[in-house]
Design a protein around this ligand. Structure first.
Ligand SMILES: *Cc1c(COP(=O)(O)O)cnc(C)c1O
Length: 391
């Protein structure tokens, strides 16, 4: 069968589910309620504080502070924990750049640590090498929707700030992401599993930390203080009531959506393995719910006639299956170098050439569509092996 790339018929010509999904009647009603009610900001309306309480409750971390986005949420959590100039925070090298830039925003130094080959999650052994007397916190990233190895990281006795931007609905040893560290940040940016276009939340189980988070996100005010009383420096990082209106109804939908992705992941894990040369990365041991925000798939070039990952992505796209190349290792981001220094993170760097991503909307497609992913991969493997890369 000729590859679509070479003029053959594509495996799939229909599209993929949209993300975000179409707005629900409840979202429309709440949005109009805010619009017509005239209380658009969180200092006058109640939707943001109600959503913060509901979301925090849903992850078993009783306090939540909604913010403008996830990056700022990480910054806020770090500052509330007292992280600032002269301090270091250990961040994994395989993550979205914001995990590290939020540390820079807080005035501290991100120290990159490598990830484990099996899961691409922060490797406690690499953290051990990265920790110094200046280390003030560790930022485990719940990559792709699987919680990091929190017990392995807790061993360092440092505050843990969960970057849960990808982990809405995930759990580890039965405990939800968000309740596994000192504070956790979720993102509601367009691509995330719950979204208002932009937005974020910081949750914590610690009432004193919550007071600091609240104050810092609300121009240094105190919970029981006056409007023009600012006992400390804080910023306006507040979410709008519009965002809370769009987000609130999604809480009830999340479980079903994660379930759909879990099923798709189980199917693909098995079927891609059968194709050969492709394997869906599992979460770290102890993952009890992988929310599959991303399906990260290891691409074994040798099993595909030596053809590069870029060639595979291009061939899959032509067959109608859009894959993503994923992150570059943060150790290779020139912009971070003045802050993070020169670090080598061989596992994260190798992942650049050896993993591809399925975005969450692909994992929410129906069975026929999932079967198309497998057929396209099998077709490409056959063709690549029949015309191997000449080296
Ligand atoms: C999306 C994301 C962020 C940043 O969230 P924003 O809301 O886009 O600022 C941080 N860390 C990770 C791992 C993310 O995926």
């Amino acid at each position: 069968m000729t590859l679509a790339l070479d003029g053959g018929t594509p495996v799939r010509t229909s599209g993929w589910p949209a993300w975000p999904p179409p707005a629900t009647p409840e979202q429309r009603a709440l949005l109009l309620e805010v619009l017509d009610g005239g209380q658009w900001g969180a200092t006058s309306g109640t939707k943001v504080s109600e959503f913060a309480a509901a979301f925090a409750g849903s992850v078993g971390a009783p306090h939540g502070v909604c913010v403008v986005n996830g990056t700022v949420g990480l910054f806020l959590a770090l500052r509330a924990l007292g992280v600032g100039p002269g301090d270091e925070v250990v961040v994994p090298a395989y993550t979205f750049v914001a995990s590290a830039t939020s540390v820079v925003l807080a005035g501290a130094r991100p120290v990159l640590a490598d990830v484990t080959a099996g899961t691409l999650h922060l490797d406690p052994a690499a953290v051990e090498r990265a920790v110094t007397p200046r280390t003030k916190a560790i930022m485990p990233v719940h990559l792709a929707g699987a919680p990091a190895d929190m017990e392995g990281l807790a061993a360092f006795g440092l505050p843990l700030v969960e970057d849960a931007a990808q982990a809405h609905g995930a759990s580890r040893h039965g405990r939800p992401a968000g309740a596994l560290g000192d504070a956790a940040c979720f993102s509601f940016q367009s691509s995330k599993a719950m979204t208002a276009g932009e937005g974020g939340i910081v949750v914590t189980g610690d009432p004193a930390l919550h007071e600091r988070l609240w104050s810092l996100h609300n121009v240094g005010r105190r919970l029981d203080g006056g409007w023009y009383e600012h006992p400390e420096i804080g910023w306006n990082l507040r979410m709008t009531e519009f965002q809370a209106a769009v987000l609130t109804p999604q809480l009830a939908l999340l479980d079903g959506q994660v379930h759909a992705r879990e099923r798709a992941a189980a199917f693909l894990a098995k079927e891609l393995e059968a194709v050969g040369g492709l394997s869906l990365l599992p979460g770290p041991d102890g993952t009890t719910r992988h929310s599959r925000h991303l399906g990260i798939v290891r691409y074994d070039r040798a099993a595909f006639g030596g053809r590069s990952k870029a060639a595979f992505i291009a061939a899959m796209a032509a067959e109608g299956v859009p894959l993503d190349a994923g992150y570059r290792s943060l150790s290779r981001e020139a912009a971070l170098r003045p802050h993070a220094g020169e670090t080598s993170c061989p596992v994260a760097e190798a992942a650049e050439d050896s993993v591809v991503w399925l975005r969450q909307n692909l994992l929410m497609a129906d069975e026929d569509a999932l079967a198309d992913i497998v057929s396209a991969a099998a077709k490409i493997r056959r063709e690549f092996r029949s015309q191997p890369e000449i080296t």
